[in-house]
Design a protein around this ligand. Structure first.
Ligand code: ZN
Length: 66
């Protein structure tokens, strides 16, 4: 039997992040996930060149308290 301690560890918190990517210059912006976000949805204006960004990735990061 394999032991899976991560799944039952209640101290492990997951924070969901959204990555907005600019199709023009490739600038990627990481921000906290907001309800309604989905991949290919329009993001904010690119901070670098002003183009419309698109959400390219949504993922969860495990954050363990120190
Ligand atoms: Zn850009």
């Amino acid at each position: 039997m394999a032991t899976t301690s991560v799944a039952t560890d209640k101290k492990t918190k997951f924070t969901v992040f959204t990555i907005e990517e600019c199709p023009a210059c490739g600038q990627k912006t990481k921000r906290p996930f907001q309800t309604g976000d989905y991949i290919t949805k329009d993001g904010a204006k690119c901070a670098k060149c002003g183009n419309q960004t698109r959400i390219s990735l949504i993922y969860a990061e495990a954050t363990k308290p120190a």
